[in-house]
Design a protein around this ligand. Structure first.
Ligand SMILES: [Zn+2]
Length: 268
């Protein structure tokens, strides 16, 4: 049986801040037992280019997303992780859930994850679209978490991406040194706990093999905000934990655009 992949994207997460705070015990345990690599993302450190690179395995020059407006992007020529997993094996069932519309919403900017309407109609590609920009990410992330837990429990999709933006929003509003940023991280850490419990149950009951992967698109400056090329804004990471299988044997140091090819390699 092929490994199933759940990639968790936590927007604007400074991993060091999260772990040093002691308020992200689940992230800490994943960091301790998983494969780990620091990633250095390219400037400008905006979400658009950051997630485009991580999710399509492309450099900024290749996907041509330079900011969050997506003007003149080449994403139609740079299929995402879920699409590529499907093209590689057309029995692959995929799932994506995000509250930042450019990642999944076909009616807006992007989207980074291709719509693949025929596969949606066949229930082979399930997509949860929410709008955290309008309703706020604390509320929307909890809906995203609920929908993803439901999908993991009920369907166990082969390749999934779930995206949380509560911490990034708190960082923008309050900076990353205070309680608000850490409280948001704590909420996301609890979503991770729920997801891991469901994957554990699948591993036990269905004898499935899973790879749980966590990453971020950029950090923040202390007072909140990103886009520049400071080390704290460019700092990202990959944690990958095998469940019902070994951790992946990936190079000690990888580049952001290498994540998607490495994940696809785990499916072949
Ligand atoms: Zn971002």
């Amino acid at each position: 049986m092929k490994t199933k992949i759940l990639l968790v994207g936590i927007d604007g997460l400074i991993l060091k801040t999260a772990l040093d705070s002691g308020r992200a015990p689940v992230l800490q345990s994943l960091r301790d037992k998983g494969y780990f690599s620091e990633l250095t993302v390219d400037a400008p450190t905006y979400s658009g280019p950051g997630w485009s690179t991580l999710l399509t395995g492309s450099t900024h020059a290749q996907h041509q997303v330079t900011d969050n407006r997506f003007i003149g992007h080449a994403l139609l020529h740079r299929p995402d992780l879920l699409s590529r997993a499907f093209y590689q094996d057309q029995s692959t069932r995929t799932f994506a859930a995000a509250g930042w519309p450019p990642i999944v919403d076909p009616t807006g900017l992007g989207p980074i994850i291709h719509e693949r309407r025929e596969q949606q109609l066949a229930y082979q590609h399930r997509v949860i679209v929410r709008d955290g920009e309008t309703y706020g990410y604390q509320r929307i992330d909890s809906e995203i978490a609920d929908a993803t837990c439901y999908a993991m429990e009920k369907f166990g999709p082969d390749v999934s991406f779930v995206y949380f933006c509560d911490a990034d929003e708190a960082g923008h509003a309050y900076g990353v040194l205070g309680d608000q940023y850490l409280s948001a991280i704590e909420r996301i850490d609890h979503y991770l706990h729920r997801l891991i419990s469901l994957l554990d149950a699948r591993v036990q009951q269905e004898a499935e093999k899973w790879l749980l992967v966590v990453t971020t698109d950029h950090g923040h400056i202390d007072e909140g905000g990103h886009g520049g090329d400071s080390p704290q804004e460019k700092a990202s990471f990959v944690i990958a934990v095998g469940m019902g299988r070994d951790n992946p044997h990936w190079p000690a140091a990888i580049a952001p655009e290498e994540l998607t090819p490495l994940l696809l390699g785990e499916r072949s």
